[in-house]
Write a protein that binds this ligand. Structure first.
Ligand code: FMN
Length: 186
């Protein structure tokens, strides 16, 4: 598979088969993350590979936030359970964090470096016949979600990654050509 084929075929995978993702595969993918460009070589990435209990707790934290929009208390509880169970059932979930630097310029560069690394992971996963879904959102700052991950002080969760063998592959999202966004400056 050429690098261009990998780039063009990659999708955010949301449904996974029951096949487990091995520790070796996870380690191989995380090694791909740390190959990313990184100004000043700060190596700002940290990874938390979540087991079923941690996934359930993270899902419950996310579910609690979704449930706030539900008036009926029984239905709200059902939302929390559904999201928690769905997270517990994931073949693999990783929380990717950023070690916060006191210099905002370094912080911004480090944030960019982490996401360059996560794109490495997404592409490598596709290459290996796996699929990844990178997720972010306000839940990452939620004390319950942070506690589920066990994130260290001085780190910020910047994404969670769901990983597994794709059970279905979404259609490609429509995108304009880069030509539409490009100015050639003389
Ligand atoms: C920084 C970042 C955060 C994302 N957060 C979410 C998310 O919270 N929920 C979600 O469903 N998808 C999330 N996505 C995935 C995008 O929705 C997805 O990449 C986009 O719809 C294009 O689809 P594709 O990846 O299959 O090409 C995120 C992607 C990135 C890069």
């Amino acid at each position: 598979m050429s690098i261009f084929q990998t780039i063009h075929e990659r999708r955010s995978i949301k449904e996974f088969t029951e096949r487990t993702v091995t520790r070796e595969e996870i380690e191989q993918l995380l090694e791909a993350v740390v190959q990313a460009p990184n100004h000043r070589m700060t190596e700002p990435w940290r990874f938390y590979v979540l087991g079923p209990k941690a996934r359930y707790a993270y899902g419950a934290a996310l579910g609690r936030r979704k449930a706030k929009r539900v008036e009926d208390s029984g239905a709200a509880e059902a939302v929390i359970l559904k999201v928690a169970n769905a997270h517990e059932a994931l073949p693999c979930m990783i929380a990717s964090t950023l070690v916060l630097d006191e210099n905002p310029e370094v912080c911004e560069e480090d944030y960019a470096a982490v996401f360059m690394g996560l794109q490495n992971l997404s592409l490598a996963a596709h290459h290996m016949g796996l699929g990844a879904h990178i997720k972010s959102g306000a839940v990452m700052e939620d004390p319950l979600a942070r506690s589920a991950v066990g994130v260290a002080d001085g780190e910020r969760i910047v994404a969670t990654i769901h990983l597994g063998e794709p059970a279905s592959v979404p259609e490609q999202k429509s995108r304009k050509s880069a030509i539409d966004f490009t100015t050639w400056v003389g």
